[in-house]
Design a protein around this ligand. Structure first.
Ligand SMILES: Cc1ncc(COP(=O)(O)O)c(C=O)c1O
Length: 415
């Protein structure tokens, strides 16, 4: 025990994540995570919305969960209206649970369905946060193949049948069907039908994460899986991507048998998601959703084009594959096999560049050492251009790739 101190280490629970390093601020060229565009945060309108809703309902903040444990009624109504429009879900406010980010919805669904040793199927490239949570739960994760349109049904069928021969029934198939993270694909309607038919046949529920579904370039998309079969699908979404991640607001939509359990689990987890955030978002978005999301999507599309141009200019033919996303905030890339991106993280960070290495976004980490994900939502166009150029320089110094940038042959620096 340290002199005069109190030692905790022997008291800590087993299997904790490693301690978080002290935060030292954001990198200059920040291409990681799912941040949003600061210029697109409607701060003044949110301030007006806050004033209006606090004048009307402020006294209700005296109560825990003043509209019941499923969340502020105004926000649940907004979710009902929003999902009716785009992914064509018919539901009522009783079918919606507001969560503290859709990350909490993932935790709740995992808590509802999973036990140590269970098996789940995810897309081979997928949301890193979902993978981390599953690893901590001691759940076996199997990656199902993707192509340019999303999950391949043949590949998924093979996996489910193989598992069946071992008498394993996966607890769910987790999919991000519209603007897949990280590839940006959109699963076509026929594949959605085939996915539901296949999983129904094998008694496997589908866990649908529609975090980015509002951010497609053409403003449209196929109906959500939940809209096609509410009984078999648990649907989650988020306001992090359409408005602001710091608000920490997401939601789950499910049939009463499932939702009542999720509500009970959330009651145990916390005493409700912050009501003021819910009130402000409902107030603002009930008037401005289409305009806001339309403007945001246009900005994101332009930033994607800037990033694609920068990547093509700086990396040229060294890019083996680029998945051009159909919406959202990420570009997923593959460099030649001999580039191990995990070895670039530290030197890139030293140069002020942060990116997400492929293995963290993949069920088969060993097969994605040359993949990486870049988020283009947060940085300005200039920062995108400078950051990609810096990253190419670091990559060349560490690996000899790319040999040419801006069509000029690179040379190893003498110092
Ligand atoms: C696919 C997906 N699901 C869920 C989340 C969690 O987001 P939040 O908790 O901010 O809603 C993210 C965040 O990046 C994501 O990409």
């Amino acid at each position: 025990m340290p002199d005069g101190g109190f030692a905790y280490s022997h008291l800590f629970a087993k299997h904790l994540p490693p301690p978080a390093p002290r935060w030292t601020g954001f990198p200059k060229h920040n291409f990681i995570g799912g941040h949003n565009d600061p210029a697109r945060i409607p701060a003044a309108a949110l301030a007006e919305a806050a004033t209006a809703v606090l004048r009307r309902r402020g006294a209700d903040l005296a109560l825990y969960n003043f509209d019941g444990p499923q969340g502020y009624l105004g926000l649940r109504q907004l979710v009902v209206d929003k999902v009716a429009q785009r992914p064509a879900i018919k539901c009522t406010t009783d079918d919606v649970l507001i969560t503290s980010g859709s990350g909490q919805a993932i935790d709740l669904v995992n808590g509802l369905l999973l036990e140590h040793g269970d098996t789940v199927i995810l897309e081979e490239f997928t949301y890193g946060g979902a993978l981390t949570k599953l690893k901590r739960l001691g759940v076996n994760v199997i990656g199902a193949p993707l192509d340019d349109e999303g999950l391949t049904i043949d590949g998924l069928a093979r996996i489910i049948e193989d598992l069946g021969r071992k008498e394993i029934r996966p607890k769910y198939v987790y999919t991000i069907p519209t603007v897949q993270n990280p590839t940006g694909s959109i699963l076509p309607r026929e594949r959605r039908e085939a996915l539901l038919a296949l999983t129904r046949k094998h008694g496997v529920p589908v866990f649908e994460d529609e975090c980015y579904a509002d951010l497609t370039w053409d403003g449209s998309g196929p109906p959500s899986l939940y809209a096609m079969d509410p009984q078999q699908v648990i649907h989650i979404g988020s306001f992090s991507k359409t408005l602001a991640p710091s608000l920490r607001l997401g939601y789950a939509v499910a049939v009463p048998e499932v939702l009542s359990r999720l509500v009970a689990c959330k009651r145990e987890a916390d005493s409700g998601t912050g009501a003021l955030d819910q009130m402000v978002v409902a107030e603002y978005f009930s008037q401005n959703f289409d305009d806001h999301v339309g403007g945001l999507t246009q900005t994101l599309h332009e930033k994607l084009d800037t990033m694609v141009e920068a990547v093509e200019r700086e990396f040229g033919t060294a890019i083996e594959k680029m998945w051009y996303p159909k919406g959202g905030i990420f570009l997923w890339l593959k460099l030649p096999d001999r580039v191990d991106v995990t070895k670039l993280v530290a030197p890139a960070a030293k140069a002020g560049v942060a990116f997400n290495p492929g293995p963290e976004w993949s069920c088969n980490a060993g097969e994605t050492k040359s993949h990486l994900r870049l988020c283009f939502a947060l940085p300005s166009k200039d920062v995108i251009r400078q950051g990609v150029a810096e990253f190419a320089r670091v990559c060349f110094e560490e690996t000899g790739i790319p040999e040419r940038s801006a069509n000029i042959r690179r040379a190893v620096s003498s110092n």
